[in-house]
Design a protein around this ligand. Structure first.
Ligand code: ADP
Ligand code: MG
Length: 701
């Protein structure tokens, strides 16, 4: 089915879903019973796929993909850059008689061998050591990537070097999921529960901006760096709070609808769409899924947002901070652990105070976050996010946990000798007979907290909009695995004994008492919190380079090694790549900034000066006085800033020359002040680039 064909029945809409994926529905149709059963076992329970069915699966995948118009397949992976990677091979093989046949073997499905030399490896690989391998991840469905006239079968894979080191983001994620599942299972076993599987789940809410493409193309800063390096706020931006959840403009809604349909066809469970806080800012949220599938799907969402936008003469900006002064974009990572039998292990139930299993998992998460707040902070550090964290809009660079009133009350009770009661749901009467009486949640929300409990999951809100969730989720799973390991080790000797519950409660109490400093229900944006957090000894890490330091600490290396998530070399490589790409990115920004000063702003200001001086001369030669003061005053003001611009340009050039990242940042900020001031006095028709007012407001075409 074409993804853009209108549907007018529930059946049609349902059959659109997943129609472009080799998912459960398709596999059932194309595979033998035996192969289907084996695939499902791997998908649902994990474990290695029986290699004897690889040929059959490959053949079925090819037949299906060709029926969808595909001519090529690719092992699709996520290298250590911000992008995804693909190298296409056609299904065509010579038949030995001068013709060709279509062929796709199990071997080609399971393993690929792209040249690894030009991907970032953080020193793991020298350029001449080229060999790398991709390995099929059968738990994430293969899908069709389509353009107007092409279709390619994309097979999600992990990517490693010839020597076996993970060179991608998926491998450590899968390893961390296995680690946390292993430890959570041990804890559940202590409670006498035998889960079929423990899953780490992720629902990633994606924020983004849209801008008219014609305006975008006039802004080299947006093109080169994804953010505006200059531009002053218009009088009206987000103060009236009229954009958030506002009525969606037709052009934008058409775009969103096209995105949703493409996502549904790809089996991505897109659920929610709405306007965000800043003008020109929006959000898309799919339903949660196993973390590796959700990460793949989020990467696909970002790709589709960008590609679909172009069809509406728009550009989608995924950068964390495209515009100074209005809200930036995040990617809230809703995370939980669950089993098919119990659902979320973070589900409090009606009486959380007596729900010992819940309290054990809750206390474990609290401990993990407190012990490793700096690691979690490192997982979200990148240049774009530095502009966001700590501002009055995004969760601050101090990692703390919001639990809400109900759970905070229980924590207080636990600390003071034992929890006896839970504040329950109450009903809300709205005072109008025709309106329903609403059940009120036990807990309000808190959008200022970087790590908030929201009902039966935690929401890690500090993740940047352009980064993949793979790294933050790998770190979160790993640190929680560590605490669950310790909990299991302490509880196992008492499992099945009469003392078990008392021992478990003792452990919960101990963890809560020791780690409650990380709990904070108040306003995370306030100055008081910064001071209070410092008093509590919580790390407050403001910048990327500072945040990345923790990655090379011996205890971090030991942690990742212990749970088999990353070797020392793999971890250090990731640090090196992040540091290097931060430095490179700031350098690109600085050079773009310099280029715009020299070739765009200076000529425009020169023109303005010529024009005003012409006016001054004309007034003088006309022999009149009126107007001379105004014209001279403007010439003086613009001229002074023009001179100032010369100094700022020279300073920036020298910072670039020296390759000093901090100086580059400072000089860019200083140059911006000069240019933004000029923007407020230079003639509108002489201003050489689109303004914030123009870019932030999307008009119908
Ligand atoms: P919000 O109001 O913050 O947008 P929602 O309930 O709409 O919260 O959920 C946001 C995201 O959280 C969605 O992706 C949703 O599927 C996901 N989510 C819901 N329950 C869980 C859970 N138990 N584990 C992980 N993610 C979840
Ligand atoms: Mg949310």
């Amino acid at each position: 089915m074409q993804t853009n064909t209108p549907t007018n029945s529930a059946e049609q809409l349902e059959s659109l879903y997943g129609s472009e994926t080799f998912g459960v529905k398709t596999m059932k149709k194309y595979l033998s019973k035996d192969a289907f059963r084996k695939m499902m076992t791997t998908i649902e329970k994990g474990g290695r796929l029986d290699p004897t069915i690889a040929d059959e699966v490959a053949q079925a995948m090819m037949v299906w993909a060709i029926s969808k118009g595909a001519t090529h397949y690719t092992h699709w992976f996520q290298p250590l850059s911000e992008a995804t990677a693909e190298k296409h091979d056609s299904f065509v093989e010579p038949d030995g008689k001068g013709g060709m046949i279509c062929e796709f073997t199990g071997k080609s499905l399971i393993q690929g061998e792209p040249d690894a030399s030009s991907f970032p490896s953080g020193g793991i690989r020298a350029t001449f050591e080229a060999r790398g391998y991709t390995a099929w991840d059968p738990t994430s469905p293969a899908f069709i990537k389509r353009t107007a006239n092409t279709a390619t079968l994309c097979i999600p894979t992990a990517f490693c070097s010839y020597t076996g080191e993970a060179l991608d983001k998926k491998t450590p994620l899968l390893r961390s999921m296995a680690a946390v599942a292993r430890q959570a299972t041990r804890v559940l076993n202590c409670f006498g529960i035998e889960p079929s599987v423990v899953e780490s789940n992720l629902g990633a809410e994606q924020e983004y901006f849209l801008i008219d493409r014609d305006l975008y193309l006039q802004r080299p800063d947006l093109i080169e760096t994804g953010r505006t390096l200059f531009g002053c706020l218009p009088p009206k931006h987000q103060q009236m709070e009229d954009h958030y959840f506002g009525s969606i403009k037709e052009r934008v809604l058409e775009f969103m609808a096209a995105v949703d349909r493409e996502l549904w066809a790809l089996g991505v469970p897109a659920k929610t769409r709405h306007n965000e806080v800043a003008p020109g800012q929006f959000e898309l949220a799919p339903l949660f899924e196993p973390s590796n599938v959700a990460v793949d799907h989020n990467v696909m969402i970002m790709d589709i947002l960008e590609r679909q936008a172009l069809k509406f003469n728009l550009v989608c900006l995924l950068h964390e901070k495209p515009y100074a002064g209005v809200n930036g974009s995040g990617k809230h990572n809703n995370w939980s652990l669950s089993t098919p039998e119990l659902g979320s292990l973070l589900s409090p139930g009606k009486t959380p105070h007596s729900n010992l299993l819940f309290l054990t998992f809750l206390a474990s998460v609290i401990r993990a976050i407190d012990l490793h707040a700096d690691l979690l902070r490192a997982s979200i550090s990148k240049a774009g996010n530095d502009h966001r964290l700590g501002a009055q809009e995004a969760p601050p660079a101090i990692i703390s946990i919001f639990l809400g009133d109900q759970l905070m009350d229980i924590i207080e009770q636990i600390k003071h000798g034992g929890a006896k009661s839970s504040a329950g749901k109450t009903m809300m009467e709205l005072g109008v007979d025709t309106l329903p009486v609403l059940p009120k949640d036990a807990t309000d929300r808190n959008r200022t907290s970087p790590f908030a409990f929201t009902g039966n999951k935690f929401e890690f809100r500090a993740v940047g909009s352009s980064q993949t969730c793979a790294w933050p989720m790998s770190i979160l799973n790993t640190i929680v695995a560590e605490t669950l390991d310790e909990v299991a080790t302490k509880l196992e000797p008492y499992a099945g004994t009469p003392e078990f519950r008392a021992k478990a409660m003792e452990l919960v109490t101990e963890m809560v008492v020791k780690h409650d400093r990380v709990l904070f229900n108040g306003n995370g944006y306030s100055e008081e919190w910064v001071a209070e957090a410092e008093r509590r000894g919580l790390p407050h890490i403001r910048t990327t380079l500072e945040a990345l330091e923790v990655l090379s600490r011996p205890d971090t290396i030991a942690l990742f090694q212990k749970y088999g998530v990353l070797t020392e070399a793999e971890l250090l490589a990731r640090k090196e790549i992040q540091v290097e790409s931060y430095v490179k990115l700031i350098d690109i920004e600085a050079k773009t900034c310099l280029n715009m000063l020299e070739t765009i702003y200076k000529p425009a200001i020169a023109e303005q000066m010529t024009e005003i001086c012409g006016t001054v001369a004309a007034i003088q030669s006309a022999g009149i006085r009126a107007g001379l003061r105004a014209a001279t005053d403007k010439a003086e003001r613009v001229g002074a800033l023009y001179d100032e611009m010369l100094d700022r340009t020279a300073e920036l050039a020298s910072a670039i020359e020296k390759g000093c990242t901090q100086a580059e940042l400072d000089c860019m900020a200083a140059a911006r002040v000069t240019v933004d001031t000029l923007e407020t006095i230079v003639d509108a028709d002489l201003w050489p680039v689109p303004t914030y007012a123009e870019m932030l407001n999307i008009h119908s075409k």
